[in-house]
Design a protein around this ligand. Structure first.
Ligand SMILES: [Zn+2]
Length: 287
């Protein structure tokens, strides 16, 4: 039995020394392979001195429906460059209380299930799941390239059974959600005003309508509108002769349907900022 445990391939660098029931779950005790020198958690260099051993309880993926708690013996090493540091573990992030694969599984499940369901499925606290999801969303959104919209689509949708409304501004060409928020009236007015830009028959009439819109865009404090206004500024002469086509908003329906699905899944979201992050993440745009 001991030999089999030693070669369980789930915890690189560690051997299983014991598996025992822990309430409804399982506790698995792990110790580092004695043949392996630890590496520094700061700089990853191999260290030959171990200052002390620390036991840390770490959650892992459930096994056969049972929650898994690992009791891991970790080495605190003496690194020449970083000083005393916890050893680096390939399947564990620094300071983490759960394995990377558990965190990844939780984040993946969050794409399809409400937070509460995911928490129940993995036997985790709601707050833990939400924190993981929030971090993952922030990280994903931070990697998006700077938006370069040429045409905007603006619309609004009901947030909570028609009680509150949110507005969404998207890049018409990439379908990326650029901004989402509660400032319905502003976006609604900007949209209506932008339409009036199509109406003037003379270039001068258009110019003054445009200047008014520009002014309101700046006052709106909605970043994509301001950015869009800035971009348009350089082109307005060209636009006068071109913008006679109506904006086609058919793609908006698809987006509204997806938002409805996220909303249904996210019932109980009181945190609209989080909800908006989720929507942005679903529509990163396709160049
Ligand atoms: Zn180091």
């Amino acid at each position: 039995m001991r030999d089999i445990n030693t070669f369980l391939p789930f915890w690189e660098g560690f051997s299983v020394v014991n598996i025992k029931p822990d309430g409804d779950g399982l506790q698995i005790d792990l110790t580092p392979h004695t043949t392996r020198f630890p590496s520094c958690g700061g700089c990853q260099k191999t260290c030959s001195t171990t200052h002390e051993y620390c036991e840390r309880v770490i959650r892992d993926l459930p096994i056969l429906g049972r929650a898994v708690r690992l009791s891991v013996l970790l080495r605190r090493v003496g690194c020449r460059d970083c000083g005393k540091r916890m050893e680096a573990v390939s399947w564990l992030d620094r300071y983490a209380r759960m394995t990377r694969r558990l965190a990844d599984a939780v984040i993946q499940a969050c794409e399809r299930l409400p937070t509460l369901h995911v928490a129940q499925m993995f036997g985790l606290h709601w707050d833990t799941v939400r924190l993981l999801e929030r971090r993952a969303l922030q990280a994903a959104l931070a990697t998006l390239p700077k938006a370069q919209p040429r045409r905007l689509v603006m619309d609004e949708f009901a947030l909570f059974k028609g009680h509150r409304y949110a507005s969404v501004v998207l890049d018409a060409d990439t379908r990326r959600v650029l901004w989402i928020g509660g400032a319905l009236m502003t976006v609604y007015l900007m949209k209506a005003e932008l339409k009036t830009l199509w109406a003037p028959s003379s270039a001068w009439g258009w110019r003054s309508a445009w200047q008014q819109w520009l002014h309101h865009a700046h006052e709106s404090e909605i970043p994509p509108l301001i950015q869009f206004a800035k971009r348009l500024k350089g082109y307005w002469r060209g636009i006068v002769s071109r913008v006679r086509w109506p904006m086609h908003t058919g793609q908006l329906e698809g987006i509204n349907n997806r938002i409805k699905v996220i909303k249904r899944m996210a019932y109980g979201y009181r945190d609209s900022e989080f909800f908006f992050m989720k929507i942005k993440n679903v529509f990163p745009g396709n160049p």
